[in-house]
Design a binder for this molecule. Sequence first.
Ligand code: SF4
Length: 392
Amino acid sequence: MRTISLYIHFPFCRSKCAYCDFNSVVADEGLRQRYLRALQDDITRTGNTLTFRIGEDEGLTRPTASDLLVTTIYFGGGTPTVYPAEELCAVLGRVRRSFPVIARPEVTVEANPGTVTAEGLALLRETGFNRLSLGVQSLLDEELRLLGRCHTAAEARRAVAEARAAGFENLSLDLINALPGQTVGAWQATLHDALHLQPEHISCYGLSLEKDTPLARAVEAGELRVPDEDTLVEMYELTHRLLTGSGYEHYEIANYALPGYQCRHNVNYWRNGEYLGLGAGAWSYLAGRRMKHEPDPARWVEKSEQGLPTLTEIEELDERQRAGEAIMLALRTAEGLDLAELQSRYHLDPDRYSIRLKALIESGLALDVAGRLVLHPVHGFLLQSEIAQMFM
Ligand code: SF4
């Protein structure tokens, strides 16, 4: 029996944030409902056969669902909570009827604080969602306006209180730093406020300015300025210091958790584990193959309704690519990279990198912890991609 994580994508949002280039659109109720029906059909179909198709004639039959056991379920987006809680619960019910799922799966739903209600959260919790990931991003209204978020800081606080009242004991807050004009003090204020809310998990991502987003255009036009490199390093160090000082484990470059509350779904990704993604734009990684669904929600719905293949890419990863992915992912985590496995599983010759490894350890950027290469949680993590390249 193989264990997998299951990801379900909801590609709709109430409005588009100024920095967002994720696979999400603002759509009318008609498309959202057609998407929901097609998604439920796809869950049933995939659970029954686990058959993926690409192109007119190519049929790829994967192992049957009985070979797989789902350990984590993640409803991500977009904003899953643009759908009423009843509809999300129906999708979860469909998953449970279609796939073998372990007795106590981690079941996460992402939510935008502007799209949740106390009643809806209570229903989600009762139905089996046991982890809520709230896209708070900032606890300063001025920054939320800059980001084009559809909620205020007060609404984010209210959503946290409602989630607690609904019985969510595993709550994650997403925060963003490196915003145009943001000072270290402003970031510190958001971190302090977030800590007051006592979430079990905090994700802190640096804003990435994606081409053709309103925020990127404003920066290109010189209307806004992003913080310089030294400020970004200062923010990263501050985050590590404040959160670890408050009892959180810095278990991945951008992720912190109280003991026992690491996100099991994401840990599976970082361990290069297998996962199945359903819905527009969702990726899967099964049996050494990476596969992607049609990203455009309307086209995904049309293809699905017409019984056409919804996968647009299938890539067979060779040993070198699989090693590269495993290295890149492992070095993001506090678990680090198993050096013996590089040789036994990916046949990488240790002589190729032993001198550079020694230099890394001597410089303090990394530690050898019982045969695992673990990057320093600040200086090493900040150079993670450069260090990973050393092994490629
Ligand atoms: S809520 Fe998230 S996915 Fe939706 S537009 Fe904003 S950043 Fe993008």
